[in-house]
Design a protein around this ligand. Structure first.
Ligand SMILES: Cc1cc2nc3c(=O)[nH]c(=O)nc-3n(C[C@H](O)[C@H](O)[C@H](O)COP(=O)(O)OP(=O)(O)OC[C@H]3O[C@@H](n4cnc5c(N)ncnc54)[C@H](O)[C@@H]3O)c2cc1C
Length: 393
């Protein structure tokens, strides 16, 4: 197995469960691939802002959720527009937010959104992916989401999830994501998102050789910088870019993300996502320490502000916005670090194809680029790769 991201680890787990001996070769010094976390002066930062949704069916199937202490965020969004703040949440649990909701969009528009979400809740995923597909912006229009609700909430929210502005992404994929938001509350982990991959590696019981870069591959042999290993089957579970370099397969079109990580005095209501429509440079702001105080020194918060187009030269502008969002003095907002991920998500264009061919000559492939750009997609691709290997053996 080449690559100890979620796809490779899930593939290894399923193969081990079927009694197959597996060796995983990983170039980095950690498992998890794009799920990576590290320390900066007492803050636990992720290599790119991302959340973990415990309702992903394939994550449930790994059996690791019980080993993980995922901490969910509030099911509420605070939208800042023209200097005004509106809190939008489930009115059954937060009736006072109804006033803010009706100021943003008429009740009929909210009713259409509720109908869409209710329909997704009961529609099986395979029916969503089987339907006609197109860009998300068209899907929203067809679902009757009017311009005020689309521009005032839905689109700003989706920019941060899909990592793109134009809403070109497959509507079927967006609906799958919406279904997972409807069913589960995304959260984080006290040790950062890498903990998910570490839990999967531990549960699979598979040996992972870290710091081992694969340089050449054939059907039954893998060359690393200092050895050649043989195997009955080889799985390439790298991202699309590294697979292209190793095998000459097609690279993906990538979505990027740039994130500033801020230290602030401890915030009281940081657990709800903030959308700053007055300065769309960032897609959102969220205090990870609000649910995982272990991720910051005592008395401090850790606020992530991801962006699609940000660069280090935007730092002072974003510091000012964070101060405004949380009613702080600019001097109270200290930069911890920035993370820049040029290849964060492979673009998911319509029509959605969740089960792309995972064969290349005699090799088996895994990775989110073969399914959907998500934790769920990476894990599914790993399970499919294992099934292909087992069929071949
Ligand atoms: C910034 C960001 C935000 C995201 N947000 C979310 C989110 O909120 N929700 C969600 O569901 N998903 C999110 N994702 C997507 C999710 O993290 C990925 O879809 C998933 O982790 C991909 O896993 P993978 O195993 O397919 O690939 P990777 O994680 O890329 O793993 C590939 C592995 O192969 C290794 N490798 C490559 N080449 C070699 C070689 N030659 N030799 C040895 N090893 C090699 C790499 O080091 C890596 O460990 C986000 C991703 C990023 C980066």
């Amino acid at each position: 197995m080449v690559g100890a991201g979620l796809a490779g680890l899930r593939c290894a787990q399923v193969l081990r469960d079927h009694g197959v001996d597996v060796v995983v070769l990983e170039r980095a010094e950690h498992v998890g691939g794009r799920l990576h976390s590290f320390d900066v002066d007492g803050y636990r930062v992720d290599q790119g802002f991302q959340l973990v949704n415990p309702s992903y069916p394939e994550l449930v199937a790994t059996g690791i959720l019980g080993d993980l202490e995922l901490r969910p965020f509030e099911r509420a969004v605070e939208v800042v527009s023209d200097g005004r703040r509106r809190v939008l949440a489930d009115p059954l649990h937060h009736p006072r937010t109804l006033v803010d909701a009706t100021r943003l969009a008429p009740p009929t528009s909210w009713a259409r959104l509720a109908v869409l979400l209710a329909r997704l809740r009961v529609t099986p995923a395979h029916r969503i992916t089987a339907g006609a597909d197109g860009p998300t912006r068209d899907g929203l229009r067809r679902a009757g989401i009017d311009a005020r609700l689309a521009e005032g909430l839905v689109r700003p929210f989706l920019r941060g999830v899909l990592l793109e502005d134009a809403l070109d992404t497959s509507w079927a994929f967006t609906q799958l994501l919406a279904k997972s938001f409807e069913r589960g509350r995304p959260g984080t982990h006290p040790e950062g998102v890498e903990a998910v991959a570490r839990a999967l590696a531990a549960r699979s019981g598979v040996a992972v050789r870290l710091g081992t870069r694969v340089t050449a591959i054939s059907a039954h042999a893998v060359a690393t910088d200092d050895a050649t290993l043989t195997a009955r089957a080889v799985v390439v579970a790298t991202d699309a870019h590294d697979a292209a370099a190793l095998l000459g397969t097609a690279d993906a079109r990538w979505r990027r993300q740039f994130t500033w990580w801020w230290s602030t005095p401890r915030l009281v209501d940081g657990a709800r996502l903030r959308l700053d429509l007055d300065d769309p440079l960032t897609t959102s702001a969220l205090d990870l320490a609000s649910v995982a105080p272990e991720r910051a020194p005592r008395g401090r918060s850790l606020v992530a502000t991801p962006s699609l187009s940000g660069t280090p030269s935007d730092t002072e502008r974003v510091r000012g916005r964070v101060a405004r969002l949380y009613d702080l003095a600019t001097g109270d907002v200290e930069l911890v670090t920035v993370t820049e991920v040029e290849r964060a998500l492979p673009a998911v264009d319509p029509p959605l194809r969740t089960a792309r061919s995972n064969r290349h000559d005699d090799l088996v492939l895994a990775g989110d680029h073969l399914s959907t750009s998500s934790i769920q997609g990476a894990l599914v691709s790993g399970r499919r790769a294992a099934a292909t290997v087992l069929a071949g053996l």
